[in-house]
Design a protein around this ligand. Sequence first.
Ligand code: SAH
Length: 350
Amino acid sequence: MKNKTKNILSLNFDQISHWLINRGEKEFRAKQLWPWLWAKRVKDFSLMTNLSKPLRKILAQNFCIKWPEVRDIKESKDGTVKFLLALEDEKLIETVLIPEKDHYTQCLSSQVGCSLACTFCSTGQMGFKRNMYSHEIAAQILVAQDYLQKKNSPKHLTNLVFMGMGEPLLNWKEVREALQIINHPLGLNFSRRKITLSTVGIKGVLQDFGQSKLALLAVSLHAPTQELREKIMPKAARWDLNELVSVLAEYPLARRERITIEYVLLGGVNDTPEHARQLVRLLSRVKCKINLIAYNPGPDSKYRAPEKKDILKFEQILWSKGMTAILRKSKGQDISAACGQLIVMSKLNS
Ligand code: SAH
């Protein structure tokens, strides 16, 4: 039988509240219903025991509760878990759980594919299929939490990064709604300090995101000059690097908060001592810390991984100039779950 009812997860808190009030329900009903959906992860209205039976029935007649469907789960030797998820129109995306010492971080996707086609990133090769809806973005978390619960994992999911497929600020409307579900005390209830959104920097939208105060900011810079950035990420570089950096210098930050600058070291391309010195100069006015990522070669790689000695030299130059830099350890490479390796090559996605 074809399911014609609407997925209730696609309604935000206010929309559910209005729907209930229009049916003569009290205002606080939304506060009772919402946690069942997002905090308790219940998929059946009949289990919502603090709602009257008639209301549960009306809800079930009008709505369904649908999560993205898990099509495949791959577990890496290092504990990284990659999920292949099918959305309601059968489009496929990936999300990754990354184990840390005492918690998990989840890497979330925000678009099916990506339109930016950065030359070193696998997702770019897929092209852009469509934006994800806010509930699809947030429901990736439900899937991961459900998986951890079923495994009786002693470690909990506490941190989120928008570093999966897609450019979140090219889908800001839906990403913002998703962040509201994620932040909501009756929803997924993650504090903004535990959420990082990663972007190449989209003019105008980056400033809106800063004002929203919904998450911390990471910027994929990857080159210390406009000329080099144009070569390795031509579409992203349409916003001039110097303009981007001046916006970052003015970016609203709470006390002790810093912007994370992501820099993928591509062997022989952007990893020389001169590049490191240029980067120091470029970022002199920005309150930031630098995440260095050694390039993960994908299938048909154009680039090579940086050499250990070049990484160390690069890092050392940044430190000697008083910048905070850390080399991010890459996880999940054996299951293609590391940075820039998310790609779904499937007929279904064409
Ligand atoms: N579009 C957003 C979100 C994706 S985040 C952004 O670019 O920030 C994914 C991170 O992994 C980005 O910093 C991206 O530049 C980086 N990345 C992409 N391909 C990579 C690769 N092959 N090796 C290492 N890091 C890569």
